[in-house]
Design a protein around this ligand. Sequence first.
Ligand code: ATP
Ligand code: MG
Length: 326
Amino acid sequence: MIKVEHLSTSYSTIDGPVHVINDVDFEIFDNEIFGIAGESGCGKTTLLKALYDIVEFPLTVDSGKVILSGEKNGKAFSFETGQIRKTWWNNISYVPQAAQSVLNPIVPLQQQFLDSIPKEEKKRESKEQIIKRISTYLEELSLSPDLLKAYPFQLSGGMRQRVIIALATFMAPNVVLADEPTTALDVVVQRGILMMLMRLQKQLKNTMIIVSHDMGVHYQITDRMGIMYSGSMVELGRTEDIFENPIHPYTQMLVGALPRVGDKSQKKGIPGRPPALTNPPPGCRFAPRCPKATDQCRKEVPKFREVMPGHFAACHLLSREVVQNV
Ligand SMILES: Nc1ncnc2c1ncn2[C@@H]1O[C@H](COP(=O)(O)OP(=O)(O)OP(=O)(O)O)[C@@H](O)[C@H]1O
Ligand SMILES: [Mg+2]
């Protein structure tokens, strides 16, 4: 469905290029909720932008590409980096980070829904028919069709986020990208949004890609997930395996820092900070914070490889353990 092939991107800055996505290579399947996690600044939004093909100055793709393929209404499609935008809304849609600002506060929601529908689609139906369809869709999502008459500024943050998700899924796209869809919302509203995303995915049987720095969100709703660190993918696998059997020391620390029911021990954060992307360390970028780092880690970039079926990681320690076990 989505194939990311050895993708590298960078931002041009006055101090030279900042390499944010480094040789990222993985697949996202049909009919799954895929999560992308990692600390602030690790490149989650940049990766989503590359998936959605909003690659505009100062961001450039240096090498590799993204291929979006699948089938909709019995027709096969395939688009790659540079073409994906042709199929926005139809095969792929995007709920950006701080999505609240994507709605024009002074345009009624009905108009904003109509604007999101591709021209060819509008030719097939009358405006009244389309509005009827939008109203029915909102009702299916337990939202009132009266919302169509409202202006975004009249809605609460949680309601606005629901409307944005409705807008992004109305055309039943094969892939929906959502960047931090629950951040900045209170816990109860967050839960409602997560339930809505899960219900939609079951209904559409499509692919949802959820970016969140909150591991709890991934635990609750994703089927598989990838962990990013300093612009690279360091681990990827079934969510269950990531939580129960994390391989990369960074993932182990992320999972270890989570509170568990009944456990009263003081949780440790991850010591240190991620490296500046302008001047990353050679070798493994996690080495300066890794308690297990060796000389090799400080010199050589570890390869991202399949360690167990469907479970990938980039860590030198692992290869040594595997070698030792042989
Ligand atoms: N327009 C830009 N120009 C230069 N550098 C940028 C630009 N946008 C982002 N970056 C750099 O890219 C890195 C990754 O940013 P990105 O927004 O992808 O991170 P993120 O993981 O989504 O973070 P957050 O969790 O805070 O949303 C940042 O550390 C930042 O230094
Ligand atoms: Mg972000």
